[in-house]
Design a protein around this ligand. Structure first.
Ligand SMILES: N[C@@H](CCC(=O)N[C@@H](CS)C(=O)NCC(=O)O)C(=O)O
Length: 195
């Protein structure tokens, strides 16, 4: 979605997680020592892992439209809201996912029910907080679309479709923000479009 917003076309190479290709010796040695995707591989073979590192690289190469901030204060504020989303919401959605029924079915890890219960509750409270905040501004990090909206949109989409954690309909500010982002031509360009 970030690349699409910038009009950058990337060649997509699927890595089969069910076959644990991202954990193969070759992948870990040459592409990402953390054994995770996504990885951006440049034409000279240099690999960049971590979504935000990839996004920052793309922002430097194609500065417009600006998604990380135009001046020191705006950049810091976007970073702050983006980190709230990543650390306090996305990471908790990840805990619910890892301890949920789909991953259990894959037999990859032993699910911990109490961990899922707690992370579900963190995610639901975070949705309420977002709903309150979106009553005061139009977007996640201010009054314009930024990288923080992309991460929030992709995270909530994943939580809604695969983790059983859709935001409640009563959270009208959050639902209106979702409807606004859904109208963007790039809103379907997230991870699921590659499946
Ligand atoms: N902090 C990393 C997280 C990457 C991540 O967790 N990727 C997942 C898929 S979305 C993965 O590769 N999981 C497979 C594994 O851990 O073996 C980022 O932002 O890129």
């Amino acid at each position: 979605m970030f690349a699409a917003e910038k009009g950058i076309e990337l060649d997509i190479i699927n890595v089969d997680m069910a076959k644990r290709e991202q954990r193969s010796e070759e992948f870990v040695r040459n592409k990402n020592p953390s054994g995770k995707i996504p990885v951006l591989e440049l034409d000279d073979g240099t690999c960049i892992a971590e979504t935000v590192a990839i996004q920052r690289y793309l922002e430097s190469v194609v500065p417009e439209p600006n998604l990380f901030g135009n001046d020191p204060l705006e950049t810091a504020q976007i970073e702050m809201f983006h980190r709230f989303i990543e650390i306090e919401m996305l990471n908790q959605i990840g805990v619910s996912w890892v301890n949920g029924p789909i991953v259990a079915k894959m037999g990859l890890v032993e699910p911990i029910e109490a961990a899922k219960k707690r992370s579900d509750s963190f995610v639901r409270s975070f949705y309420k907080r977002l709903d309150r905040e979106l009553g005061e501004r139009s977007h996640i990090a201010g009054n314009r679309f930024t990288v923080a909206d992309i991460t929030a949109w992709i995270s909530i989409d994943f939580a809604s479709t695969l983790v059983g954690l859709p935001p409640d309909e009563s959270l009208t500010n959050l639902q209106e923000w979702r409807a606004r982002i859904a109208q963007r031509p790039t809103s379907g360009a997230g991870a699921r479009s590659f499946v």
